[in-house]
Design a protein around this ligand. Sequence first.
Ligand SMILES: [Zn+2]
Length: 214
Amino acid sequence: MITVKTFVFNEFQVNTFVLSDESNECIIIDPGCNHTSQQKELTQYITSHALHPVMLVNTHAHIDHIAGNLFVQSTYNIPLAMHEEDRLLLKGARQFADMFAFPIDQLPEPDQFLKDGDEIHFGNTVLIVFHIPGHSPGSITLYSRENNLVIAGDVLFDGSIGRSDFPGGNHNILIKGIMEKLMTLPRETLVYPGHGSVTSIGHEYDTNPFLQGQ
Ligand SMILES: [Zn+2]
């Protein structure tokens, strides 16, 4: 059974997730912690729950989701995984951060690339990777069938979808991916987006204005 811990970090209010199960192994997703106080909050949670981080995953390489990569990687000595098609974004992230005057550490290279259909294992838990481009070329979501939840990155939000006006974005491809890969999941599946509150597949199917008439 997965426990989802959500932190809201940095100037962009990104949701950072720690997913753990009864084995006490955990993975860290989209560490946005770019201030010491946020980094402390994250490590204190992991220490106080006696968790053992085994992997760092980025749903995509936008700066708000990757700002704490170096901190997490060097603190826990764990591999960084993301989709290969966000490599260019990662390369340009420093420049992008400067444009927003966004404090960001050095950015480590990924150790592992994830692709559609891959499985991520920690403890007794399996997450399936869905590649859903359109917000960024390499955006992924992580699905647990047993736990009825999906970590959605910036693909799908409560009442909205990811912006597609950034470099590499594509609105139609994004909608197609959401309809084919997320809206076909059971309605009760909980959706944990990269920003904002938790929602469900059924709620978004019925009410998300971007998905009506699709
Ligand atoms: Zn994004």
